[in-house]
Structures are given as C-alpha cells and as structure tokens.
Write a protein that binds this ligand. Structure first.
Ligand code: BEZ
Ligand code: FE
Length: 289
C-alpha cells in the first residue's frame, strides 16, 4: 500500500501513464502537472471546486449547433490568441492572422459584386464595398482562391444569434479568377458584445471586464499551394480597439474604412452614395514543400 499525500500524489498520477504516443504522453503529463500545481497554489474549498466543475459542465451544456461556449471561453481567456501566436511566428510579407471565433458557419456561394446583406440590414445599414486582391507572399495573384467572409449586422448580431435575420445572412463565399481580384457589397460592421448570457458572461462579470469587440469583418481564405489565412479587418477609430474582449486586434489589421462621396464611384460599384469604400490586399504564405 502506498501512502498518498498531497506531496507525492502528482508523481503517483504521472507514474500511472502508459501512453503509446509520445505526444499524448506529453499533453496528458503536462496537463496533470499544471493542474496539480494550480490546485496546490489556490487551495480551493470543496465548495469552490464543485463550483468550477459546475461552470465547466454548464459551458458544455450551453454549446449547440449555433453556439460554441468553449471557443468563447478559450477566446476571452486569451488562449485562442496564444495558440494563434505560437502557430504563426513568421510574419514575412503576409497578412497577419487572428481568432476564428464562434460565429463561423457554412455560407452560400456568391458571384463577385453580390451583396451579402440579404435582410433588412441591407436597407438599414451603412452601405459598404469591400474589395482588393488575393496574393501570395511573392505578390502573385491567386486564382480560384476561396474567400469565406462573415460579419455581424448593423446592431451587432450574427445571423445565428438572431432569428429575425435570414439564414446565412451577412456571410458568403467568393472565388477569385486569374486576376486574384475580389469585391462584394455589404454594410459597415459594428462593434458588439460577445454573448454574456452564459457561463462566459459570468466569468467576464466576475473579472470586472467588458464584453465588447471592436467593429470588424472576418475572412477565411484558402488557395491551392498556400497556407490558409484566418483573419479579420478592424475599423480604425473604434473605441474598443485597445480593449478587445478576445485580444484579437493586431495593428496591421486596422484599416481606414473610408466614406466615399463620389456618385460616380457609387454607380460603378452599384451602391447608394455615400458608401464605405474599403480596399485591402490579402497576402497568403506559400505552403512549405
Ligand atoms: C467574433 O469575432 O465573431 C468573435 C470572436 C471571439 C469571440 C466571440 C466572437
Ligand atoms: Fe466577429
């Protein structure tokens, strides 16, 4: 019989591990070491520990096909951005990455120039044209690049949070031709709070933190021979840029969303005047061979 004490328990748990895979062993043993160290440091009461288990249980129970509370938890703790940073250390001549977030879902395929605002937001929101190029790190245009875009509406809700919006509203997939050019119509995105009616909201309140994200539009770009790019573009001047609830802002992704008053340009892009005219060239890293 071994005498288990708080001093030898972590080693006894580690001795039991018999993983076939080295990486499994590394993941499990490091997790055990860190959580034992955390508990020794914190010395929670039994009541507090049950509260922690209840928090994680409810986080899981809050997830469904339209809501991902665990991604949100990872995001507000800064863990998603830490994983992002570790996996994208080389900057070179490429667009920087940021969090995917919990609101990406499948979307309709569109033709260049289509309007992704398909509900009342299309009439209420401020018209915007988003355009630019999809390039590789050598500035060569990428043909057949898939541009998956999603954003919130003029009030700050995604379609999957709001039954008043048509399904797959304010999201869409576009494919480039040999020029690498893209353009589409939409509305200017607004700052919005991450969902606070679940366990993550409790955590933010207990931390004394606000839930706001600065206004942004999401992109997930895939092209043959290149590493995929998951990023956002942020609206310059937003009051939440320095305190994003999920730590996703990078300087290079903040853009001037210019208001264009030219009626000639409005006619050219088939939007009402004035409109926000946003131009950005995305650069994807070549896949390592
Ligand atoms: C988003 O930008 O859609 C988002 C990202 C992380 C957490 C919540 C929302
Ligand atoms: Fe978002």
């Amino acid at each position: 019989m071994r005498n288990i004490t708080e001093d030898n328990l972590v080693d006894i748990v580690l001795e039991r591990l018999n993983s076939e895979s080295e990486r499994d062993y590394e993941v499990i043993s490091k997790f055990i070491k860190h959580i034992h160290a955390f508990i020794k440091d914190l010395e929670p009461t039994e009541e507090e520990w049950f509260k922690a288990i209840d928090f994680l249980t409810r986080t899981g129970q809050t997830c469904n096909d339209k809501r991902q509370e665990f991604i949100l938890l990872s995001d507000v703790l800064g863990v998603s951005m830490l994983v992002d940073s570790i996996n994208h250390r080389t900057k070179k001549n490429i667009t920087e990455t940021t969090v995917t977030g919990p609101f990406h879902t499948s979307a309709l395929n569109f033709e260049m120039g289509d309007n992704i605002a398909r509900g009342d937001e299309g009439k209420r929101g401020e018209p915007m044209v988003m355009r630019g190029l999809i390039l590789d790190e050598n500035n060569r245009p990428l043909e057949k690049a898939l541009i998956d875009v999603w954003q919130s509406d003029d009030i700050g809700y995604y379609d999957i949070q709001d039954t008043n919006q048509p399904e797959m509203n304010l999201r869409g997939v576009f494919e480039t031709d040999e020029t690498g050019e893209f353009w589409f119509r939409t509305i200017k995105p607004k700052a919005y709070p991450v969902p606070t009616d679940g366990p993550v909201g409790e955590l933010l309140r207990a931390s004394g933190r606000h839930p706001m994200r600065p206004a942004h539009i999401h992109f997930w770009i895939k092209a043959d021979g290149c590493q995929q790019l998951i990023t956002h573009l942020f609206v310059a001047g937003d009051e939440h840029l320095d305190s994003d609830a999920v730590f996703g802002v990078k300087e290079s992704l903040i853009l001037d969303f210019k208001l264009n008053h030219s009626t000639e340009d409005a006619d050219k892009w088939q939007v009402e005047s004035p409109f926000y005219d946003v131009v950005y060239d995305f650069k994807l890293a070549r896949q390592k061979t």
